[in-house]
Design a protein around this ligand. Structure first.
Ligand SMILES: *Cc1c(COP(=O)(O)O)cnc(C)c1O
Length: 419
């Protein structure tokens, strides 16, 4: 086969000269670990997401795990998440010793089936982790309604494990919602940004995400729900050994003394990472617009093929949404796994990297070993078998996008011919 005319990587980081300067400035500043830049990033993110507060971490996974810990969730508690997600939405539940409960997606949907979700709620349910897949915020109205319904039927009752959880459960009167917003920074639902909709929202700044700090994450939470200072303090303790003074406070002359409140984790963000995050956040609105322009070009260019793209903007049940344009999730409608895999190979031969988001958790050894069987999640399986994610990132030129559109047509034809 001839060499491809172009190589289109799946999701390279978009690093500008200004980003590089921001990081080298931090390196030269004499303060490289958690410090002023990290605190500035937390404030900037809280303002951007209209959240009460934001705490930063070394990853979204640790943001989720620390959120569960801060709510006192552990052994004997149940936490529900989607079967159609990345392992991190569920491994955090396992790490705190709680019981993961998986919910299938609705037919032809990337979102949990909210009827099934309501039926999975028990008096032990302490939290739900929905996933804003591809950067599109889930149907929070339907999600909250399902949980309200379960609570009003008496399937659930408030039983917060600590003061932080009790305050929030009493306010909302349903299990708490900790959104896996790893993809959804900058998305809106009903005019509200991700970070201001879920009770808590975890963001990822991993290298492949929309906004990167190489590795990193953050937890945002809604206004008026939690004791903000107490929750922030608890998250800071969790992320840094349970130590009562962070490195910056300890570095002040004469302020050496500290205590360890409990044996905490070590998953704080550094100022080098925060410098990169702040620089990226400064141009993030432009990056989001570019992502949406690329999505529009894809939608236009692929309209003649039997390929369904997940909508990234529009209205659903009277509610408007605009995604963060994180992933170009598509489905080769009705084709099945062998065709999908052949299509991905043909795309690869044309130099175009693609991916599958996601292999449902019950197909993975770890979750099979916990007793989850894919037979119980038929909609997740059907969704997965036809899914292909096309490259969507801000290093793509208009010519690159046109090349991918062409390559998709060629690969689709070749996969049909190979059948
Ligand atoms: C990337 C990702 C995570 C984990 O993010 P990290 O920052 O790498 O921990 C969690 N959930 C989803 C859906 C993701 O894609």
């Amino acid at each position: 086969m001839a060499e491809p005319r172009r190589i289109i990587p799946f999701s390279p980081p978009d690093i500008s000269e200004a980003d590089i300067k921001a990081v080298t400035d931090a390196l030269r500043s004499g303060w490289i670990t958690t410090g002023p830049r990290t605190k500035e990033l937390e404030k900037a993110l809280a303002s951007f997401t209209e959240a009460a507060r934001v705490a930063t971490f070394s990853s979204a996974t640790m943001a989720l795990e620390c959120a569960l810990h801060a709510l006192g969730i552990g052994p004997g508690d149940e936490v529900i998440t989607s079967a159609y997600t990345y392992t991190a939405s569920c491994s955090c539940i396992c790490h705190v010793g709680a019981t993961p409960v998986l919910c299938d997606v609705a037919p032809d949907s990337y979102e949990m089936d909210y009827e099934q979700l309501a039926s999975l709620v028990t008096p032990r349910t302490r939290a739900i982790i929905p996933v804003d897949l591809g950067g599109r915020m889930v149907n929070y109205r339907a999600l909250f309604a399902a949980l309200d319904d379960a609570a009003s039927r008496g399937a659930w009752k408030p039983d917060g494990r600590n003061g932080i959880a009790r305050a929030a459960e009493a306010t909302v009167g349903r299990p708490l919602v900790i959104a896996d917003g790893a993809h959804s920074l900058g998305a809106t639902y009903d005019g509200k940004p991700s970070g201001a909709v879920g009770d808590m929202t975890a963001f990822s700044f991993h290298a492949v995400k929309n906004l990167t700090t190489a590795e990193g994450g953050a937890l945002a939470w809604r206004r008026g729900l939690f004791p903000d200072d107490e929750l922030y303090q608890m998250l800071m303790l969790l992320s840094l050994h349970g130590q009562t003074k962070d490195a910056l406070a300890k570095a002040r002359v004469g302020a050496w003394e500290y205590d360890i409140a409990f044996p905490g984790y070590k998953c704080n963000m550094t100022d080098l990472q925060a410098a990169l995050g702040l620089s990226q956040l400064g141009r993030y609105d432009k990056l989001l617009d570019r992502r949406h322009a690329i999505i529009a070009a894809y939608e236009h260019g692929l309209a003649d093929l039997p390929i369904e793209a997940m909508p990234h903007a529009g209205h659903q049940e009277g509610t408007s949404f605009r995604s963060s344009g994180h992933l170009m999730l598509t489905r080769l409608s009705g084709q099945g796994e062998p065709f999908r895999n052949r299509f991905i190979e043909e795309l690869g031969a044309l130099g175009v990297a693609s991916n599958v988001h996601y292999k449902p958790l019950p197909l993975l050894t770890a979750y099979r070993n916990m007793g989850f069987a894919i037979e119980g999640f038929p909609n997740a399986l059907a969704q997965y078998e036809n899914e292909v994610t096309l490259p969507l990132h801000t290093c793509l030129s208009d010519e690159d996008v046109a090349y991918v559109v062409d390559a998709v047509h060629t690969a689709y034809r070749r996969a049909e011919e190979a059948r």
